[in-house]
Write a protein that binds this ligand. Structure first.
Ligand code: GUN
Length: 274
């Protein structure tokens, strides 16, 4: 069994991004919008800022109070869309209940949409037109699998979770790589039976949902879930201790997909379209 070492691979990607940024005259500048006081969001935004600055990407964090209206937020985005100093825009999720995050994503210039959540980038991925940006987490998962030479063409891939941030784009991106993809979610029956048929399992649920031995000992498990268990320990979707002796490759939590997501976002933020 081989550990998919996201920490190690992420450092390599960050180094490549840093070299690329050093070589270009116009430096990327990422605007990060943070609404409200969600402690986890504050930590994520600070981590993104630190990672960006370490690779030479300038960041501006724009903070708003929880009570900002959807229209005010849209006005700020419209301003950033046409600001020639800003090359990337990221709105940290989740947003407060009174703001429709899908509507917000629809106002971000697709050429600055480093998260790849705008309808144009989502639609481009869906119809096979190259998006300007792929969502960071699924892109990071593919970067990790590619680094270990894991073949996706014709592989039976099982994606658990159907969120707009991970599950759905992951499914689309695996289809683009010619995998045979099964999309599973909370209504899926006989999940263990499906998992056992997989060559590659990617789980992005936020619950301990992958708890069976795999049917194929060369199979690959990527654990995108990350949350605190009842003891306050960071954990993922996969029962690592029980499952790991039945697989060929497995990503740990922490140190798997988490650092890859940041590196993948930095890869996106280093691209300048306008
Ligand atoms: N919150 C959780 N994941 C993400 C992400 O990928 N992008 C943004 N903007 N917010 C998030």
């Amino acid at each position: 069994m081989i550990i998919l070492d996201g920490k190690k691979v992420s450092l390599k990607i960050l180094e490549e991004v840093k070299e690329k940024v050093a070589q270009i005259d116009r430096k990327p500048h990422l605007a990060v919008i943070l609404v409200g006081n969600n402690p986890a969001s504050k930590i994520y935004v600070n981590n993104k800022k630190k990672a960006a600055e370490a690779v030479g990407i300038k960041t501006t964090i724009i903070e708003f109070e929880e009570k900002i209206s959807e229209l005010e937020l849209i006005n700020k985005i419209e301003e950033l869309n046409v600001d020639n100093n800003i090359t990337g825009i990221l709105v940290q999720l989740p947003l407060p209940q009174h703001i429709n995050s899908k509507n917000i994503a629809a106002h971000i210039n697709p050429k600055k949409d480093v998260d790849g959540f705008s309808p144009e980038n989502v639609g481009r991925l869906a119809i096979g037109l190259e998006p300007y940006f792929y969502p960071a987490t699924p892109q990071g998962v593919l970067m990790l699998l590619d680094e270990y030479g894991i073949e996706l063409e014709s592989a039976n891939a099982v994606v658990i979770g159907r969120s707009n941030i991970v599950g759905k784009p992951m499914t689309q991106m695996l289809l683009k790589r010619n995998a045979t993809v099964t999309s599973c979610h909370s209504f899926t029956k006989n999940l263990d039976r499906i998992i056992k048929t997989a060559d590659v399992v990617i789980s992005a649920v936020g619950k301990k949902i992958v708890r069976c031995k795999m049917g194929n000992k060369n199979s690959v498990i990527v654990d995108v879930g990350i949350y605190k268990d009842s003891n306050g320990q960071l954990t993922g979707d996969v029962d690592f201790d029980y499952v790991s002796d039945s697989v060929g490759f497995i990503s740990p939590v922490p140190g798997g997909v988490g650092p890859m997501t940041i590196a993948s976002l930095m890869y996106n933020a280093s691209k300048i379209y306008c």
